[in-house]
Design a protein around this ligand. Structure first.
Ligand SMILES: [Mg+2]
Length: 262
């Protein structure tokens, strides 16, 4: 992994004359990691920057988040861009609208998991249970080490039963555990799908994909774009499928300003 800014001069030229498709994760990428999910916000100036990039000719912006689609749309609040929630399962743009059909059985199962977790975690400090429609998340950023362990254990106890485990997919992110639809569909799949649509629409013009993210779930996208994407991990350098890294969300905006100036 190389520091993105040390390679920018070279990269910049490779982007000339190509259509630019910018994929951005939200938490930990556009917003610094917050102590609780509802505290992760971005400023007006930052929103405006995203908007201006999305209005550039030959440029498209997609926000790819683990949050629910409704949540991420509200949080970013820009019109005319692509939003994908629940790690790619839901997607919406002026031209696309997709939400998978979910069986009543799945909803019932998530409700059951939620009830059991609420019961088990009643007296545990720092657990936030979030219903994301298609999935259920338990955040424990505000929990101390001992409470975090209790939360992880409770989640495991509830989801490990064979009758449950077969019917859900478990995802672990930064201080969060999730139970979702048991399908092989993630951030990598949605990115490739959006890209192939774009390549078709751009009719011959080369499309450059830039993906920026900070978490385990973003590795799916880094891997999917391994061949010719510009993949950027946000955080301390570590083993990753990403080719480049930036240190924090401040640097992400510094980079986005360079994109705007292209
Ligand atoms: Mg993230």
């Amino acid at each position: 992994m190389e520091y993105l800014f040390s390679q920018w001069d070279k990269l910049k030229y490779s982007l000339n004359s190509r259509y630019l498709f910018l994929f951005l994760d939200y938490d930990g990428t556009l917003s610094p990691i917050a102590s609780a999910p509802h505290k992760a916000v971005i400023s007006k100036v930052e929103k405006n920057l995203l908007k201006r990039i999305s209005q550039k000719p030959d440029c498209k912006v997609a926000i790819i988040s683990g949050r629910s689609l409704a949540d991420i749309k509200k949080r970013v609040g820009i019109k005319g861009i692509i939003y994908s929630g629940n790690h790619g399962l839901e997607v919406e743009s002026p031209k696309i609208k997709h939400k998978p059909q979910v069986s009543e059985a799945h909803r019932k199962l998530l409700r059951k998991i939620k009830n059991e977790l609420e019961f088990k975690l009643k007296k545990v400090h720092g657990a936030i249970i979030e219903d994301k429609g298609l999935s259920l998340a338990v955040h424990f950023r505000e929990a101390g080490k001992q409470d975090a362990n209790l939360i992880k254990t409770a989640f495991r106890e509830v989801t490990i039963l064979p009758s449950v485990a077969k019917k859900i997919k478990i995802r672990a992110g930064k201080k969060v555990l999730e139970a979702g639809l048991p399908v092989e569909w993630g951030k990598g799949t949605i990115v490739l799908w959006l890209l192939s649509r774009q390549k078709f629409a751009t009719d011959g013009k080369e499309v450059a994909a830039i993906y920026i993210g900070d978490d385990v779930t973003d590795e799916d996208a880094f891997e999917a774009l391994r061949k010719d994407g510009i993949t950027v991990f946000v955080g301390e350098k570590k083993p990753s499928y990403a080719k480049y890294f930036l240190k924090d969300s401040k640097e992400v905006y510094k980079f986005l300003n360079l994109i705007l100036a292209l």
